[in-house]
Design a protein around this ligand. Structure first.
Ligand code: FDA
Length: 500
């Protein structure tokens, strides 16, 4: 039988993929998007598309028998996680020895599960991280474009100061200010107008009903409500969900052939198909794209791939911590799941930190201030290919998290001192105060200008591109999706004008 052939294939449907697919579609290029997760458009028996964080069920996680939430315990008790039925759920936690990586699964990738924080990085730091990218063009054109397309908005300051749902953020801001630190409002893709109507009881609740990490039923402009419908609306883009790209090869005529596994929501293999294409865009995320390229190089299928494939991976310096507050510092039992404030100490010459003031939306007063600190950790991990498992293995040792923890400590010790507060030691399963064994922000693996040229064209092969977070060498200094989107916009703009 003839195998199907499409001009362009985009692997994955996260930020890099969605922006790329839209621009391909607008340019009239027939494009097929292949996404291993499901399309999240049908309500379950409870009338909701996504399950809530407090009552997680099979929809929560990607083929796990138990949920694996970032906070694993409360008072050292295993109260947080639940046994669930393995299913093609929306959040995955991928384990690699001392590091585990959270990723979104479904049409929309990480946008389905994330906190929506839409931060444009400091220009000076962006220039340092990606010195070969024209920052003038990025800040003049592509960052504004990405912000517009993603539907980024900011909280109304007057409402913020009086609403119940950001009491937790105001309390933490007060604590930071008492230590002489600066906080900043953080834009978000969650519709703050919708959130205000939630608080008034006018619409179904999502951010104010503890929804985040397992999906938001309302209010969040995830990619399936922004870029992806626009891409499909061009008439040239088709998305196939529950299609997992296993591998790809190049034919003598330069076209690519993908081997694609079709699964159902219970994980049953429905079959394997081959799909041919001329232009192949890899947007499977830092972990997914790096694995696909590494497998291709190490199995000898694409031997000219650069040695740097599999290198330059980082956690964006992620570290999470909680502080126990005094009884008068009530954070509130209703906490918006979408963060709106950060402690910005990135100018610190020794320990730059941007710490998001995170919610702990447990539905009851826990007198706890939770933070996700983004630090400037110079450590980098690398991947090797494990032939027995036909999988990529990330090498990141426990000690590599140290710089993240030191930086977080340098920021929060003075906050504790100024407020007479202490760290919580009961949140992460053992007695540690700083959790550096997971990241929400995997970056790198196929770094721009190393594994690819300066526009994401994979070295050694024509018409093969990387479009996602794997291009960024391990750190952005802020939450990364705006940077990933803007970079994808920039790269596809160049590729469409030169390669098509
Ligand atoms: P992304 O990971 O989004 O998409 C890759 C897609 O490819 C996935 O849908 C995956 O299923 C699919 N895929 C992988 N392998 C495949 C294969 N072989 N075949 C087919 N499909 C495949 N960032 C931020 O800026 N602000 C925030 O507030 C947060 N908060 C946050 C919370 C949580 C819980 C998480 C997990 C993450 C965040 N992030 C975040 C991070 C942000 O979501 C992340 O950086 C981006 O989603 C990465 O975008 P990419 O385009 O690189 O890939």
């Amino acid at each position: 039988a003839e195998r199907p052939f499409v001009p362009a294939v985009v692997v994955g449907s996260g930020y890099g993929s969605a922006a790329t697919a839209l621009r391909l579609g607008e340019a009239g290029v027939s494009t097929l998007v292949l996404e291993m997760g499901r399309l999240w458009d049908r309500a379950g028996e409870d009338g909701a598309i996504f399950c809530s964080m407090l009552q997680p069920d099979h929809r929560a996680m990607w083929f796990k028998a138990r949920t694996e939430a970032p906070l694993s315990s409360l008072l050292w008790m295993d109260l947080v996680n639940r046994d669930i039925k393995p299913f093609a759920g929306v959040l995955d936690r991928v384990h690699h020895g001392d590091m585990s990586v959270y990723v979104g699964r479904g049409v929309g990738g990480g946008s389905l599960v994330n906190g929506g924080m839409a931060v444009t990085p400091r220009r000076g730091y962006f220039e340092e991280v990606l010195p070969r990218v024209d920052a003038g063009e990025m800040y003049g054109r592509f960052f504004p474009l990405a912000n517009r397309m993603l539907g980024v908005n900011t909280v109304d300051r007057t409402w913020f100061e009086e609403c119940e749902s950001y009491r937790y953020a105001r309390v933490s801001r007060g604590h930071a200010q008492r230590a002489g630190l600066r906080t900043t409002f953080v834009p978000n893709v969650y519709d703050f107008g919708y959130m205000r109507r939630e608080e008034r009881g006018e619409v179904p609740k999502s951010a104010l009903s503890s929804e985040v990490i397992y999906g938001n039923n309302h209010g969040k402009r995830s990619l399936d409500r922004s870029y992806l419908p626009a891409a499909v609306g061009t008439g040239n883009v088709t998305i196939q969900s529950l299609h997992r790209v296993r591998s790809f090869r190049q034919e003598p005529d330069g076209t690519y052939v993908l081997t694609v596994e079709r699964i159902d929501e219970l994980g049953n293999m429905l079959g394997t198909t081959e799909i041919g294409c001329r232009w192949l865009f890899l947007g499977a995320g830092s972990m997914g794209t790096t694995e696909l390229l590494l497998r291709a190089r190490e199995t000898g299928v694409l031997p000219r791939l650069d040695d740097s494939v599999g290198h330059g991976w980082g956690t964006n310096g992620n570290v999470m911590l909680g502080r126990a507050l005094h009884s008068w510092d009530r954070t509130g039992s209703v906490q918006s799941g979408m963060p709106a404030l950060g402690i910005d100490n990135w100018d610190d010459p020794v320990h730059p930190v941007f710490a998001e003031i995170a919610p702990l939306p447990a539905g009851l007063e826990l007198l706890t201030s939770l933070s996700l600190a983004i630090t400037r950790n110079p450590e980098r991990g690398s991947f090797s290919y494990d032939p027995a498992a036909d999988a990529a293995r990330l090498h990141w040792s426990a000690s590599q998290g140290k710089p993240s923890v030191e930086a977080a400590k340098a920021l929060f010790d003075p906050i504790n001192r100024a407020n007479g507060t202490v760290y919580r030691h009961d949140l992460f399963g053992d007695s540690r105060a700083f959790e550096d064994r997971f990241t929400y922000h995997p970056l790198g693996g196929c770094v721009l200008g190393e594994a690819t040229d300066d526009f994401g064209r994979v070295r050694g092969y024509r018409n093969l591109y990387v479009t996602d977070g794997s291009l960024i060498p391990g750190s952005t200094g802020v939450n990364p999706f705006v940077t990933i989107t803007a970079l994808a916009e920039r790269n596809i703009d160049r590729v469409l004008s030169e390669d098509f």
